[in-house]
Each structure stands twice: as C-alpha cells, then as structure tokens.
Design a protein around this ligand. Structure first.
Ligand code: SF4
Length: 410
C-alpha cells in the first residue's frame, strides 16, 4: 500500500538503526520524548527501541486522548448518559475507561499484586470492576459507539424526540470534525444535538511538561528532544513548536507513525543533539507544512475558544490546555445545556498512569501491570486505548520484559 509498505521496510529499518548507532557519541544518553501515543504504539509494535542502542531512551509522553481524560470527565459523561431521554454517543475506547465509583477493591488487589505474575488466578482479577460507560450501558443507559461526530449527528436527526450528546475527545486532529458537526447542527436547526467538549491542545501540554519541576529542576526526567505528532501537525503546522526549540532549547522533529518515520526522526534528533542545534524539523513533509491547515484552524477558531484551565490526567490543571464551545454556539454546549459541574477525582492509588503520562515512570514499574490490570480489566486509562503506554507494553512488550536474559538474547 502506497505510503505504508515503503515505510515498513525491514532492511531499510536495520540500515537506519546502524546509521544511528554509528553516529552516537560515546558515553552520551539521548532521551527522546515521543509526545504522541501513536508513536508509543509504533515503537512497541515494531520493536524500535530494541533495534537501537541502549543509549537511545524513549520516554512516553501524554499524547493519548483517552489516557489524559481525567476520571471526573468520565463521571460527567456517565451522569449525562444516565439522564432521562439522553443518548450519549462516544468513541469505543472511552467506553472502558474506569470512572470514580467502585474503585476500592481493585485498588487493594493491585497493591498486593505480584508484578511478575502474568497469569494471576481468576479470583485476583477485579470482581469489583470500576464503573465505566460500558457498565452504565449494560445497566440500561442509551450509550452508542460512534466512529465520528457525523455519526452522532445522524443519530440526532433520526431521533428528534431524544437529546443526543456527542462525547468529544481528542487533540487538534479530531477538533475540526466536531466543529463541522456543530455548524451543521446550527444550520439545520437541530435542537436536540449537543457536544460534551473535551478537546485538548498539544503545545500547552508540551509546555506543561517542560515547566514541570521534574524536568526543570530535579532532573528526574531529563529530556533532550521531542518527536512531534504528525496528525496534529497537519492541522496546527510545525510553527507552534518553534517556541520550544527557541525558548527551551529542545530540538523537535515532527514524524509520521510508521517505523521508518520514527527511525528517521530519531536520526535527525541525534544529529541535532550532537551538533548542539535546537530546531524544528519536519520528517513528515508528505503532509505537514509550517502553516498547517488554515481552513481547519479558522473553523476551530469560529466554534471553540480556549478554556483558562482544564485538568489533564497526569499533568493536573493545564492553563489554556483545552477548548470549550464558543458562546456563539452555546446552544450546542452540553455542559451549559445540562448544567454539568466538574469535580476532580484522584486516580486509583495503585495506578501509575499519572506518572507514566509525565514521563516519570514506565508501565512495567506498576505493580498492577499485567496482573490485575490488563486490557480486559483496565484499572487506569493507559491500559484502555491502543495508544496508551500500558496497552502498548501489554500487547507487544510484556513477554519480552518477562523473558530470561538468555531468551532475550536469542
Ligand atoms: S498498568 Fe497502567 S493503567 Fe494499569 S494500573 Fe498500572 S499504570 Fe494504571
């Protein structure tokens, strides 16, 4: 397939890995944060970290929209879904993110879990599964899985007697389609359609990470460079990252999600670090420009406005880190229409998602990983989505990490 197969060529990947290895400076570590969950998935799926010398260290960032959604927002969605006459439309991944109720027993089990036990006895897996949209659906709430905002709009047209709410999540990539749906609803005079807006912004999160004490002062998360997300950058362009290169002296390379994209971006970052350059480079020039998609940016600016503050899982309150629906479209804002109030809820004590999303720790450091917390029984959001670091480790890395050294070498 064009633009896929040629970016998965094993021979080229091995050649790139050899080039990277020859260009590393002896005794130096290269700590590269891949912001986006799509890159985390690619690194795990294609064994990219194993292909490269240990001096290259990938640090997972918070760029998974399902992972960064705090528990309080899932509670809000369940509140909406259980109101009389409401149909809640949501992407599949958000269905399984644990909410706040029913967390106690799973927490206790996770704290006593054996991290090396990949096959815990049946009884060890949470009978007290936390509340989730999936559970609310099983209990009778009308929750429908959709693939797009357009699907939700169609459900609203087909059900004029019902209130249809679209649970909108995602970074800059998924925001324009939500804006299109809101404008279409306004044009058509659809009075039963609204959006629960949880769209978040990439540059604000990167700044939050760079300003975090662990990065700035304590040095517990030393960061040398960033791999920037490609799909987000098709919308916002490469320009917004220039601030991080100039002000924070961090090189950025925007990269696609195929293995050769990630390897090529790694090589470009190694060269920048070696040469002491801090620039924004664009590996994904097949789709990303410096300006981005002006039409989509204009659309988003018409329909949304910045939230002064928004809680992210792991990062806490991020100033101007998310969008809300602009007052001119307030009739389509589910938070206003249903008088939703947000209450922050602490994460499950056994779950390390927050620290993983800040790049402070990795999934295999979590006691619950692969024991009580699996994709079938997720305790935290990072085990739910394909783009979550825990799900990626579980799918592609858990047996490798558990293998004896001689098996790994083989
Ligand atoms: S494995 Fe990941 S999602 Fe599960 S409890 Fe640990 S940190 Fe949270």
């Amino acid at each position: 397939m064009k633009f896929v197969d040629e970016f998965r060529d094993g021979e080229v990947a091995r050649a790139l890995a050899r080039t990277i290895a020859t260009e590393l400076q002896p005794g130096r570590e290269y700590r590269i944060m891949e912001f986006c969950g799509g890159h985390t998935h690619a690194i795990s799926r294609y064994g990219i970290a194993e292909l490269l010398p240990a001096a290259i260290r990938f640090i997972h960032g918070p760029g998974c929209p399902v992972c960064v959604l705090p528990i309080g927002r899932i509670d809000n969605a369940i509140d909406l879904a259980t109101r009389r006459g409401v149909i809640l439309c949501t992407y599949g991944d958000t269905l399984r993110v644990p909410a706040s109720k029913g967390m106690g027993q799973s927490t206790e089990r996770a704290q006593h879990a054996n991290p090396n036990d990949l096959h815990p006895p049946e009884g060890a897996r949470g009978e007290a599964t936390p509340m989730s949209l999936l559970k609310a659906k099983a209990q009778g709430a009308d929750i429908r899985m959709v693939y797009s905002s357009a699907d939700a709009l169609k459900i609203a047209r087909d059900n004029p007697q019902r209130e249809v709410v679209f649970f909108a999540i995602g970074f800059e990539t998924t925001t324009p389609p939500t804006a299109v749906a809101i404008q279409a609803a306004a044009r058509e005079g659809l009075t039963n359609f609204s959006v629960f807006c949880n769209h978040v912004l990439t540059p604000a999160a990167i700044q939050n990470i760079l300003d975090a004490p662990q990065v700035r002062r304590l040095g517990t998360v030393p960061l040398d460079a960033f791999i920037g997300p490609s799909h987000v950058s098709t919308i916002i362009g490469s320009q917004p990252y220039e601030f991080f290169a100039e002000e924070y002296q961090k090189p950025v390379v925007i990269a696609g999600f195929e293995p050769l994209d990630v390897l090529q971006a790694t090589l470009m970052l190694v060269r920048q670090v070696n040469e002491g350059r801090c620039e924004v480079e664009n590996e994904f020039s097949r789709a990303v420009t410096r300006e981005g998609n002006r039409k989509a940016q204009k659309l988003v600016a018409e329909v949304f406005e910045l939230r002064p503050s928004f809680e992210w899982r792991g990062l806490g309150e991020v100033p101007y880190g998310a969008l809300r629906i602009h007052r001119r479209y307030q009739d389509f804002d589910a938070e206003r229409r249903f008088g939703l109030e947000y209450h922050a809820v602490p994460d499950n004590k056994a779950c390390e998602c927050g620290a993983i999303l800040r790049g402070v720790t990795t999934p295999k450091d979590c006691k619950a990983f692969g024991t009580v917390c699996t994709p079938q029984t997720p305790i935290g959001s990072c085990m739910v989505s394909n783009e979550g670091a825990c799900a990626a480790y579980y799918s592609y890395g858990r047996y490798r990490d558990a293998a004896k050294p001689e098996e790994r070498a083989a």
